[in-house]
Each structure stands twice: as C-alpha cells, then as structure tokens.
Ligand binder design. Structure first.
Ligand SMILES: Cc1ncc(C[n+]2csc(CCOP(=O)(O)OP(=O)(O)O)c2C)c(N)n1
Length: 540
C-alpha cells in the first residue's frame, strides 16, 4: 500500500534528499515505517535531537539542499530547537519533521503536545501542520521550496500521527527550481562606474559564494578589478586566504586599526552577505542607516538587500550574476588602488601572525592549531564547536580552497561533533578534524559513537582547559573575578576508548606533532585530549 508518508518521502527523495537524521518517537512511527521502502535514504539514528539537528544543519550546508531531521513531539522538538536557531542564523536550508498528537486532540494540550506554529513561528521561515493526509506531498514540496528560496532557512512540518498512514496515490514528480534573477543592465552599469572611479574599494564576501564555481568567480572578479576582499563572519573558506587580495574577516575580534582602515574605503561591495550583526560589527560597518561611502549590496533575497543599511545600488540577485556581468574588469593601473590593497594586506598579515604568548599552566592551544596548519592536507575539513579554543583558527589558520571550515554562525556550543559526523558522511575520503572544548564536547560528544559504528576517520581534538573559558574571559573583563565557569571533567581519553576509538593525551607541546601525525594517518576515528593552558586565553 502506498500511504501519505510514502507520498511525502517520494517528493523529498525525488528532489535529492538522500539522508535523514533522527531520534525516534512514537509520534512518527508511520513516517519512519514508510522510510523502510526508500532504501536509498540513509537513515542516521542519533542520541539526542540537538545532535541530529546539528548534523542536518551541516548536511544542508554542504549539499545546499535542505538537511532533514525528524524528531518526536514535545520533548524531541524541544531538544531539536537549537538546530532551528542555528539554521536560521547560519542561513541553512533545514526541514524538521515533527510527529504530533492525533488530529482530534490538537490544541487540547494532549500528552507531549506543543503548538509548533507558536513555538517555532519566530525562528523559522514556515511552520505547517498537516490536517489532511492529502496535503503530505504538497507540504513536502513547499517545504523544499521555502527552505531554499531567498535566504535559506528552517521550516517545520508537524504531522499528527493519524495523518501518516492513510492510503494515498503514489507520487512521482520533480519541480524545476526557478531561474536565478539576473541584475538589470542599469544596476550593472551603476556598479561598473562606481568601480571605475573608486580608489579604495573593498569587497565584503559572504556565504552566498558557497556554490559550485562561486569561489572561482569571486576570485576572478576581485583580481580582474584589483579589489581587496574581506570575508563575512566565519566564512573564511570563501576566498583563498593566501591570495594577496585577501585582507581578513569580519568577526568577533577585529582590531581597531584594521576597522579604522576598512572605514576609509571609498566603495563597499557587499556581495552575497546579509551584513548581519557580527559581520557589520554590530551594525557599524557600513554605518547604519546610511553608509559613509557608496554601498553596493547584492544578495539573492529582496528582504535582506539594503535592510540594515541603505544601499546606493541594491541588487536582489545572486552575486554570481553580477560579477559575470562585470567581467572582464577594466585593466586597472591605479597607484592609489595598489597601495590601498597592499596596506590592507600588510595589516591583515600582521594581525594573522602566530602569537608569541607564553604560559606555564598547560599546552597553548594555538600551538595545536599552528602544527595542524603545518600538517594540514590541502582538502582538510575543519569542524569547530563554539569556544575560545577556536579563536586561533579564525585568526591564524588561513584557509585555501578546497580546504573547508565548518563553524556555527549561531555560536551554538555542541555543533562541532555532529557537524564533523555529517561532514564525514557527506564527504567520505576527505581528511577531517573536529575541534571542540571540554564544555561543548560534553553537550553532544555522545554522537561520536556514530564515527565508530561507521568507521568515519575523524580526528576529534578536545581542548581541555577545565573551564567554560569564553565566558570566564567575559567575567574577568567585566568583574575581574569569576563564578560558575569552572568545570570538573571526566577522563576524556577513557571515555573515548570506551566508545571504541584510540585516544591519546597531549600534556606537553612536544607531543603535539606526533599525535597529529598519527591521527591524520588513521583510517578510523581517533581522539586527542589536549591539556590546555587556561591562563593563555585570559585577559592579562
Ligand atoms: C548551547 C550554548 N550554551 C551556552 C553558550 C554560551 N557559551 C559560549 S562559549 C561557552 C564556553 C565554551 O566552553 P568550552 O567548550 O569549554 O570552550 P572554551 O571556551 O573553554 O575554549 C559558553 C558557555 C553557547 N554559545 N551555546
């Protein structure tokens, strides 16, 4: 028999969905049962809905199709909500399917019932509750469309348990995605003349370049017009960091002299970025609501373009279309422009130089990052959790495509381990390192059992500093003391061995290189616990 759930999965599968992350629940066993008839779908059973949701976020980011996560009603949906928040902040297409109480009990506050439209309404692009089994194919299609159009983001589909196994005609169709909008000739010529006149132009490049051919097109454009590039928050891998035109990222700790120089630009090309809070340095760069210099803002979502800052040229299209229309660039031979690019690059290089700071209370984690950089394969995937241990990666590592950075724009702890697992599943054969703090590891580290089960060669590195150090830093700065940020930890190596993977502890900087080399050569998962200095991260 084909059921409403078969119709639902048929639509998703015919649009490319080939993996579903889940923690099972009695509220959706109808949907789960139908999946048995779709053997091409890899069903990944997880240990916590946050882990499942983060995996779907990472998968969505890598495939640019919606990541799919399936969770049970009330408790499951509550656990998964962090992934909804992350998908929204990170602009990732995500479909969360939630089991629901039977239709006749809706809005009675039945066992584990939540009104998902109320709960997730503000965090998602769309929430839909199925009230007729005939809607299942339609809702699957609309969810795919809604999650991916404009700014990608999360959608939630609530499916009452009695809607899941109704007899239903089988479905087999695929919709064509709409063609990308192209920039108008008028807007293109406005940008061209701004570009020709500018002496100190700056590209701010965002996540929209993470499409096939995107990085290459951006680099060709920047080189052809001789425009320096800085990348938006945690999008370091959008532009080759070794390129002389790469001048840094806009993140949480930009030095004042660098920002002062960025402010001196006489043309900002914000291409493929939403200019959100962190990238815009808390809505100060470009100045809100009117930039101090001409601003071109191009992003494939009319709701985003010119939203925080009025743009002189506002283009609601993909920036690929714009740069293609502007190629080949003028042959620019402007001395001021060259000097400008060099000045920005020099400042970036000074800022990115490896630190010299000394500490005697443990391994300085930046040494681990520095030695990983020296050993890093050219196609390394580096998955990061939130925490101060990751700061040296953002500041000093330097990514060159095809290396990739997977880090949460939402700053959600617990992202790193699940993201690494989803990345290893999606990109088998690529070297993959996951870095996570002792705090973040205890949030979703349990998911790493999947790496043992499927023999995923992930190098897990836990930075153990016995502290929620990021918060401790804030406390020391604000109050010159701390409370509630010390951590009492288990024996992490014993935990990892209990999970079934080899583990080693690095307590001395001399041990870093050997440990990394062994781990990178391993054909299965392995674990390194680094006994970190806390002092080196604290304000001096
Ligand atoms: C889910 C979640 N809870 C709380 C926070 C606030 N927070 C940000 S960083 C951090 C501490 C991280 O500690 P750890 O993982 O040990 O890394 P460290 O900062 O010590 O390197 C906390 C609690 C957060 N970002 N996400």
């Amino acid at each position: 028999m084909t059921t409403s759930s078969h119709a639902f999965w048929s639509v998703l599968v015919s649009h490319g969905v080939d993996r579903v992350f889940q923690v099972p629940g009695e509220s959706y066993i109808g949907l789960l049962d139908a999946l048995a008839d779709f053997p091409q779908v890899d069903l990944v059973t997880c240990r916590h809905e946050a882990g499942a949701g983060f995996m779907a976020c990472a998968d969505g980011r890598l495939t640019r199709r919606p990541g799919v996560v399936m969770v049970s009603r009330g408790p499951g949906a509550s656990n998964a909500s962090i992934a909804i928040h992350t998908a929204q902040q990170d602009a990732i297409a995500l479909i969360m399917v939630v089991g629901q109480v039977p239709k006749k009990d809706l809005r009675r506050e039945a066992f584990q019932e939540i009104d998902y439209r109320a709960m997730f309404g503000q965090m998602t692009k769309w929430v839909f509750e199925v009230t007729d089994p005939g809607q299942m194919a339609e809702v699957a299609y609309k969810a795919l469309r809604m999650a991916t159009q404009g700014t990608p983001g999360p959608v939630v589909i609530s499916v009452p348990e009695d809607m899941q196994q109704q007899e239903s005609p089988s479905v087999s169709w695929r919709a064509q995605p709409p063609d990308d909008l192209q920039p108008s000739a008028q807007a293109t010529s406005q940008v061209r003349s701004l570009l020709e006149r500018a002496e100190r132009p700056l590209i701010v490049a965002g996540g929209a370049w993470d499409v096939p051919g995107g990085r290459e097109a951006l680099q060709a454009f920047a080189r052809s017009w001789q425009v320096p590039v800085c990348v938006s928050f945690r999008r370091h891998d959008i532009y080759p960091n070794s390129d002389p035109l790469f001048v840094g990222d806009l993140g949480l700790a930009n030095p004042a002299d660098q920002m002062a120089l960025f402010h001196q630009s006489d043309l900002i090309l914000a291409l493929g970025t939403r200019l959100e809070d962190v990238t815009s340095q808390n809505y100060t760069f470009p100045a809100m609501p009117q930039a101090a210099q001409p601003l071109v803002h191009c992003y494939p979502d009319p709701r985003v373009v010119g939203w925080h800052v009025a743009a002189d040229v506002a283009l609601a299209c993909h920036p690929m279309g714009l740069v293609q229309a502007l190629m080949p660039g003028q042959s620019i031979d402007s001395k001021p422009r060259q000097a400008w690019a060099q000045q920005l690059r020099q400042l970036h290089l000074a800022h990115a130089a490896w630190p010299q700071r000394w500490a005697e209370d443990g391994v300085r984690f930046f040494e681990v990052v520095r030695q990983l950089k020296a050993l890093a394969p050219s196609d390394l995937r580096l998955c990061l959790d939130a925490g101060t241990f990751a700061a040296p990666v953002y500041r000093h590592f330097g990514f060159d495509f095809p290396q990739r950075l997977m880090a949460p724009l939402s700053g959600a702890m617990g992202y790193g381990t699940p993201a690494a697992l989803a990345t290893a599943l999606r990109e088998p054969g690529r070297p993959l390192v996951c870095m996570v703090g002792d705090g973040g590891f205890m949030m979703t580290g349990n998911e790493m059992i999947l790496a043992v089960q499927r023999r995923l060669p992930i190098v897990f590195i836990v930075a153990n500093n016995g502290s929620y150090a990021s918060i401790r830093i804030h406390q020391e700065r604000a109050y010159a003391r701390h409370r509630g940020t010390d951590l009492y930890n288990p024996d992490f190596c014993a935990v990892a061995r209990g999970f079934g993977m080899p583990a080693e502890r690095v307590s001395d900087e001399d041990q870093i290189r050997g440990a990394l080399q062994r781990a990178l050569q391993s054909d299965g998962p392995c674990f390194i616990e680094v006994m970190c200095s806390l002092k080196v991260t604290l304000p001096s």
